[in-house]
Design a protein around this ligand. Structure first.
Ligand SMILES: Cc1cc2nc3c(=O)[nH]c(=O)nc-3n(C[C@H](O)[C@H](O)[C@H](O)COP(=O)(O)O)c2cc1C
Length: 182
């Protein structure tokens, strides 16, 4: 099984999540082939070569970073040929958040899902019974709120990284079952 994790990160939070997801995958499936790529270094052909694709982004003004959106739009030609159909997708994001709210993370993750679904992929969410969900989970995927109560950057916590690892393990478990039965 080839896994590709594509992300954008300006300040390192989303990148830490991406690396935690890799370690969660490897912890339960030591033989899995996982590659990490920044969005601006990725290409549609890289996505075609993978069985499992995860997208991660910081929340920027209520949506995904433009580097992710550019890759997604560059993949429109894959839609023409149904080239991503049947692959497994997963999503993760970090955002500063505001007050008790997510600052747009739900919209961000849902729009990543929307792209995967548009491509005919099977999207794996984050079940609330999974380890770490209460600290770094949303039903759409792994989430880390990185802002403090004043709205200033506070970094990512170990508990949020535990959740990201748990999400990685969950996605690979589901993908393993799907591909084993085909
Ligand atoms: C241009 C810009 C816009 C942002 N807009 C939002 C936002 O709308 N909602 C939010 O929750 N956080 C927002 N943030 C905060 C980032 O999402 C947050 O700091 C995130 O953890 C950064 O991830 P990174 O370290 O991977 O770059 C914004 C940050 C930047 C730089």
């Amino acid at each position: 099984m080839n896994v590709l994790i594509v992300y954008h990160s300006d300040y390192g939070n989303t990148e830490k999540m991406a690396k935690a997801i890799v370690s969660g995958m490897r912890a339960t499936h030591s033989d899995v082939n996982v590659e990490l790529q920044r969005a601006d270094a990725s290409s549609p052909d890289d996505l075609v070569a993978a069985n499992v694709i995860l997208f991660g982004t910081p929340v920027h003004m209520g949506g995904m970073a433009w580097q992710m959106k550019k890759l997604i739009d560059d993949c429109a030609r894959l839609w023409m040929g149904n080239e991503l159909e049947g692959k497994v997708g997963g999503t993760f994001a970090s955002g500063g958040g505001f007050g008790g709210g997510g600052g747009g993370v739900e919209l961000t993750l849902a729009s990543l899902h929307s792209n995967f679904l548009e491509q005919g992929m099977i999207v794996v969410g984050f079940p609330r019974t999974a380890l770490g969900y209460a600290d770094g989970g949303l039903q759409w995927g792994a989430y880390a709120r990185t802002g403090n109560h004043e709205g200033m950057p506070a970094g990512i916590t170990d508990a949020q990284l535990t959740a990201a690892r748990s999400y990685g393990a969950h996605v690979i478990e589901v993908a393993g079952k799907l591909f084993a039965s085909s």
